[in-house]
Design a binder for this molecule. Sequence first.
Ligand code: MG
Ligand code: ZN
Length: 226
Amino acid sequence: MSGKVPVIIHDEGVVMDIELGEDILKKNTDQAKENRKSLDQHHIKAIDVMGSIGSGKTSLIGTLCSRLKDKYKIAFIAGDLTTTIDADRVKMHTVETVQLNTGKECHLDALLVRNALNKINLKAINLLIIENVGNLICPAEFDLGAHLRIVIVSVTEGPYMVVKHPYIFMGANIAVINKIDLAEAMDVDPDKLVKDALAINPKITAVKTSVKTGEGIDNLIKALKL
Ligand code: MG
Ligand code: ZN
């Protein structure tokens, strides 16, 4: 085989899909605005944490919460397809934890977050951390009403995770390059991942972390202005 790799673009039914998609996204954006308004009224800062399954979202959130639990009253919304494993791992550091099982849905949306917020006493918290469903594609499209969006990639996911997912980096405020303690073993250069993220979104703040050694956690807390 030589020459260019053929690219097949699926275009059947595109018109209908786009219309449906726009309607869904518009409703989501409106709901996200309402969520943000209600969070602002309660002086709650909300952070949406995105990343693939296995990128270390839950461990990082657990570390952040254990470091911040004396300074903030934290609520945690754990998005997951079917399990409560993540919720159980972070729960002890929070005032309240709500599990959102999305079933087959591969992302959280603003209405799901609203439903979770309805179960939380918003007067009792001032920091909300949302763990999105493990996926680097469609969460990018769905604003949840958070104030900051973090996207996590780990060196264990290989050298191309950033360049292959430009949309999620375009819409994020902070890029976390995680598991840097394994960079050498994986033969992946964390600085290259930082460079890739900045090339996609020059405004993004990139932080290199290791939950295992604690490296970079202070920088992340600083980047989150917490
Ligand atoms: Mg998780
Ligand atoms: Zn999805």
